[in-house]
Design a protein around this ligand. Sequence first.
Ligand code: ADP
Ligand code: ZN
Length: 569
Amino acid sequence: DYHTEYEWSDALRGKMKAVFGIDNFRLCQHGVCNANMDRRDIICVMPTGGGKSLTYQLPALFVSGCTLVISPLISLMNDQILHLREAGVEAVMFTSSTSKEEAREIDNRLVAMAHGRSGSDADIKLCYVTPEKIAKNKAFMPLLEKLYKARKLERFVIDEAHCVSEAGHDYRPDYQKLNVLRKVFPKVPILALSATCPPKVMQDLMDVLQMKQPLHHGDRAGVDGTVYFTAPLYRKNLHYSVLPKPMSHKEMMNAMADYIMKHHADHSGIIYCLSKKDAETVSEDLSERRIKTGVYHADIGDSQKETLHQRWRQGLVKVVCATIAFGLGIDKGDVRFVLHHTIPKSVQGLYQESGRAGRDGHDADCVLYYRPQDFTRLSQLTVQEKGSRAKIHDILRFAQTLTECRNILFAKYFSSSSQISMSSWSTEEKGALEPCGHCDNCTRGSDGFVRRDVRLPAWQILRVAEVAQQTGKRFTINQLASVARGRSSGTSSAASKGKGKEKAGMDLDEIAGGAVELSNDDVEALCVDMLINGYLKEEYHSQSYGINVYVVAGAKAVRLSRFSREDIE
Ligand code: ADP
Ligand code: ZN
């Protein structure tokens, strides 16, 4: 078990204090350092700000060769190098922005190391490179081979390792090329680091990097598999909540502006939007409300992006309105709030994006604005993505619940999707399964919502969906809700011009015993609930302007619709 004391543990602590000024290990740092000293392949999943860097920087000080760190983030690399040099550790970086002279000097030093010529003081302990360097720079591999032959290549560290997988949402093609590492340097152990790593991504990562078969950190003796570490996902400084999203755009902007002014008037924050256009609109509309905003998405030019980063760091821009393209490069610790203008495509996305708040450990707010209609938009956007249905249903479940602790929801989501069973978590990790006590659902209290028996309205909604299906009408979820409430659905395909109960071309009295008597919000929420529980299902129809998603009676619906209205009453 790597979570115990080893012969080198005292020395580790000593150097940790002397070089980095750190007194105690956090989370699974000690375990990862142990496995690292033991030259194992390691996967380490720790939340952002958890202290992943220490897990390779500290062991690197105990070996004579060089640890090669592959990271996609030049700005973060810069910070690390400065930090390390201040601490007196020989560290260099080798990127597209390295000058020819610098590159030659680093080159010479590495060659000298390979020939055993440099005094050990001058030896490079940590060399940071971008994946492009491995994938595209022809001169670099021979240099590594020299080091390897001289046994001066100690370890590969792959930062942001989820970038290898197309299933993750930060996919980088150059990461695929990292498969040469194991091929060319079979004896060099690999440490893969990430803040989120669902099973599909983990599998891709193991395949691409050709890591050894995984073992949990409990197994050690004589077996040489990859050791897997996971720290609790729970970050106690993040306060999660889901707020109802107002119907109109204008009301929504007012609500957001009010929220920011009230809670974070002078703080830095991020607003994640579903599309580039949304990001621009939200930025404009908030700046009209006297909030200093900036925009970031894939179509913004590189120099503009750089300017934005600078202005944001200097505090000239307070709130960045962005798509998920704004992520990897953020090296700002004091992000005090992350708002989601629209539900993201997955719980993983929500966790990762909102996790950019509070990296400095101080309190931060993570707010998701949710209204059921956004489901339709999200569905249309992701129709063609494999596995997107299940992910959307998970995020809807997250958004709709009023009772379960947000942090427990995250913990369950990530543990059910992980190959590690709960029982093998350490007690500290299990702590994440206690209600956090400070998210919206923990603080809501039982008078924060009303419980209702919805069997009758559910049956009525289902009857409408069923009859619509039989008569060839198509409804989106909000259209279904308004028709079931006796309102016109507002579409030419479904709405007739008739009056009263026949507005939607359906006699509600006849098919459903009348209209559903709940508010629009409630009926929509109920429809979403029925969808994620299999009573309604989605159907796709391509139209000239894209793919539309409609809902029809689903798998379990037939069973429910066999009840008559009287049975339910
Ligand atoms: P990550 O890469 O996991 O996002 P970092 O390695 O950048 O996190 O560490 C985040 C911050 O936490 C850094 O400022 C680092 O110095 C600090 N840190 C790391 N480990 C510890 C520890 N054991 N005790 C106190 N601070 C730590
Ligand atoms: Zn909670």
